[in-house]
Design a protein around this ligand. Structure first.
Ligand SMILES: Nc1nc2c(ncn2[C@@H]2O[C@H](COP(=O)(O)OP(=O)(O)OP(=O)(O)O)[C@@H](O)[C@H]2O)c(=O)[nH]1
Length: 398
């Protein structure tokens, strides 16, 4: 009986040993298969090819010749999976943007210019004709005061010179319009470090005017000028605004300081953004704010707090007010409240591509006493241009 038991134990031991060996073989094979699987290659768009390091020759290992085996077997060494390289866009440089967008400007404003030239070049300019000139200018949102100035100047010139030659009239119109646009205003944007801190730009305006988009586009303008930029998502009212801003920034390698909480305190986000900008020694911090503020008191309170909190660490170098050109004179009324809450230093006039009322440039500068510094001429990422009075007037009268 004992002998039988011993044989059984020996038999079980042999079977277990064989099973264990088999399992270890399978495991080892599994590992080999994993290692050999080719790593997924991250796809890189064509324009990014120049950023890749030059590819080295493929490592090939010659297998020892085995009887009956093919002459040469190439075994590809598995390459370590590489993290996908961020593909950064190269924004268009600021110079020449308005020239590129001139056609859009001309398309929206040509009715003013052509209408005026047609009227002014008429043989005889009677009272009725001058009234039509006035109406055309007022309907372009130029404002009554500026319209009167322009018409008075043109009437005097026509009277003194006695000509209605089209080229001459065009020249006068160009000169007078340019004077109204005030070409001498300083339209530079504060975007360089001031001493040992970054420049700070606060962007304000009614909701839907294009603030977040403008902050994103402005970051691109500044990146193209080789500035190091940091964004602050202090529009905590609209949940998607921070994501939107972050996406704009990521496209050109610009970081965004934001809060993960909905309805976080915008002043706290603005504070953190400026703090990070100082620590990281960037050139400029741009802060987006919310526009949906129910009343004047709410607006004053919130923007006032954002401003005060930022100023605990740094001066604010630029307050850009974003205004939708298609809202015309009504939009202007709304913006007055903003200029009372913070000292606006420049205007961004968006959606100028969608209106035939380019006169709003003159009206807004007169009303707020600050220059239009940037104009939005489309939804494309590089459709924001520094405002150039001459190019603007040329697009109207040419
Ligand atoms: N055609 C045109 N559309 C523009 C321009 N600028 C902005 N937009 C569009 O305007 C819309 C509103 O832009 P946002 O940047 O979201 O507006 P916002 O002021 O940040 O809005 P809130 O966050 O709600 O305050 C978007 O569809 C933009 O693409 C422009 O210059 N031309």
């Amino acid at each position: 009986m004992d002998t039988v038991l011993i044989y059984v134990i020996i038999g079980v031991a042999i079977v277990l040993g064989a099973v264990g060996y088999g399992v270890s073989l399978l495991r080892g094979r599994g590992r080999t298969l994993e290692r050999q699987a080719p790593p997924a290659r991250p796809g890189l768009p064509a324009e990014d090819l120049d950023r890749r390091p030059p590819a080295g020759p493929t490592d090939t290992v010659e297998a020892p010749e085995a009887p009956g085996a093919p002459a040469e077997v190439q075994v590809e060494e598995p390459t370590a999976p590489t993290a996908p390289e961020p593909t950064l866009e190269r924004p268009e440089s600021a110079r020449g943007r308005l020239q590129r967008l001139r056609a859009r400007l001309a398309r929206s404003n040509s009715s003013i210019g052509q209408g005026l030239l047609a009227l002014l070049s008429r043989g005889k300019l009677d009272e009725e004709a001058w009234e039509e000139v006035e109406d055309t200018l007022i309907s372009s949102d130029l404002g009554v005061e500026a319209t009167m100035e322009l018409v008075d100047s043109l009437r005097t010139r026509v009277k003194v010179d006695g000509t209605t030659d089209e080229a001459t009239v065009r020249g006068w119109l160009r000169e007078d319009l340019l004077a109204l646009v005030q070409p001498d205003m300083d339209r530079r944007i504060a975007s360089s470090r001031v001493g040992d801190r970054p420049a700070v730009i606060l962007v304000v305006g009614v909701n839907g005017t294009g603030k977040t988009t403008t902050v994103g586009k402005l970051a691109r303008v500044l990146v193209a000028e080789d500035r190091e930029v940091l964004l602050g998502a202090a529009d905590t009212f609209r949940a998607a605004a921070a994501d939107q801003l972050e996406t704009w920034g990521a496209r050109v390698g610009v970081a965004t300081v934001r809060s993960d909480k909905d309805n976080a305190d915008p002043a706290a986000v603005a504070f953190d953004a400026v703090k990070a900008g100082i620590e990281e020694e960037v050139d400029v911090v741009i802060i987006d704010t919310a526009g949906r503020l129910h009343n004047k008191v709410g607006l004053m309170d919130e923007l006032g707090k954002v401003k005060r909190v930022i100023e605990k660490q740094s001066e604010i170098d630029e307050v850009l007010l974003v205004l939708d050109a298609t809202t015309g004179q009504n939009g202007l009324q709304q913006t007055k409240v903003f200029s009372e809450a913070v000292d606006v230093t420049g205007i961004v006039l968006t959606k100028l591509d969608g209106t035939a009322k380019g006169g709003i440039v003159v009206a807004v500068q007169r009303q707020l006493g600050v220059p239009v510094k940037l104009v939005g001429l489309g939804e494309g990422p590089d459709d924001l241009a520094p405002f150039d009075p001459e190019a603007f007037v040329d697009a109207i009268v040419m």
